[in-house]
Structures are given as structure tokens and as C-alpha cells.
Write a protein that binds this ligand. Structure first.
Ligand code: GDP
Ligand code: MG
Length: 163
């Protein structure tokens, strides 16, 4: 229903937590360890009156090829192709990592529009990572906390042009 939104990012940034938050019921399992999400999950999500199909990916975790390029293949690539818009998550508490930068380079070349989401921004610990993420060249980051449900208004505004 509506448009299709894919959640992309390296392991442990909070993709499944965001998925669960927007789906409104717990259909994806969230674990502390990366590598536990095996399947691509799709569900009907929404924010307020905005409805969309949401795709949770675990492409990186599923890598059988150890190279970074190999890890980009498969599920993640397919989700980017299928989606009308991509939510690219970073962990603002961890800051921008080389793998985030690699993803960003790839996403900048992709025709699918990208919304940069700086997750784990509750409190003050995310501020340096939030500012650092402006350097990824993907536009202004949306400060967000999937765990606490903060930033939904800004995410709504960012999604609106794609609805
Ligand atoms: P995924 O591997 O990208 O799907 O990440 P998960 O959704 O499994 O989350 C990884 C870890 O980050 C879990 O321990 C979550 O509880 C935690 N996490 C997710 N969102 C937030 C957030 O907004 N703030 C904080 N502090 N932790 C979060
Ligand atoms: Mg996950």
C-alpha cells in the first residue's frame, strides 16, 4: 500500500528497531548481536496518516563473500532497487564508520532517493556523530531515536515528497 521504503545500513545501527517502531507491532526480532536477522522482512508501516510498505534488510549479515563489495550485493541491492525511497541509517553514537562511508558512496550513485537517518540520537551522545554525518553528502540527516520514538515528525516531513 502506498509507497515502498527500504531500511539500509551496516549491522547494529538499529534497522530492525526502526522497522518495529514503524510497523507498530513486533514482527521482526531485534537482537544485540549483529548477524541474527536472516530474512528480508516486509510489512505495512506508517507514521500518522502516511502509509507505506517497509522493508527491513540484513544484507550485510548475510554476506558469504568477505569483501565489502560482496557484502553490498544480494538483499540490500534488491531492496534499493525495489524501494521508492531508502532510509539509510547510521549510529550517531558510534559516529560515521568506514563502512557507513562506503554505503554512502554507493547510495549517492543510486537512482533511488535516500534519506539519511542518524539513529541513537536521544540524549547528547549522538551530537558529534550527527554533525559528522553531514559530510556523507546525502543531505541533512534526520536526528532520530528508534528506541525512544524520537524524530518521527522530522522523518514524516522527509518522507512526504516521496509519498
Ligand atoms: P540492526 O542490526 O541494524 O537491525 O540493529 P537492531 O535494530 O538489531 O539494533 C541494534 C542495537 O541497537 C540493539 O541493542 C538496539 O536496542 C539498539 N538500538 C536501536 N535503536 C536505538 C536507539 O535509538 N538508541 C539506542 N541507544 N540504541 C538503539
Ligand atoms: Mg536487523
Amino acid at each position: 500500500m502506498g509507497f515502498k521504503v527500504a531500511i539500509i545500513g551496516r549491522p547494529n545501527v538499529g534497522k530492525s528497531t526502526l522497522f518495529n517502531r514503524l510497523i507498530g507491532r513486533r514482527v521482526a526480532i531485534v537482537h544485540d548481536r549483529p548477524g541474527v536477522t536472516r530474512d528480508r522482512r516486509e510489512g505495512q508501516g506508517g507514521i500518522a496518516d502516511m502509509a507505506f510498505t517497509l522493508i527491513d534488510t540484513a544484507g550485510l549479515e548475510d554476506a558469504t563473500d568477505d569483501s565489502i563489495e560482496g557484502r553490498m550485493r544480494g538483499q540490500t541491492e534488491q531492496a534499493i532497487r525495489d524501494a521508492d525511497v531508502v532510509l539509510f541509517l547510521i549510529d550517531a553514537r558510534a559516529g560515521v564508520t568506514p563502512l557507513d562511508a562506503f554505503f554512502a558512496d554507493h547510495l549517492r550513485k543510486s537512482p533511488t532517493p535516500v534519506i539519511l537517518v542518524a539513529n541513537k540520537c536521544e540524549g547528547k551522545a549522538g551530537a558529534p556523530g550527527l554533525y559528522e554525518s553531514y559530510g556523507l553528502g546525502l543531505g541533512d540527516p534526520v536526528p532520530f531515536s528508534a528506541e525512544h520514538g524520537e524524530g518521527l515528525d522530522d522523518l514524516y516531513e522527509a518522507l512526504l515528497p516521496h509519498a
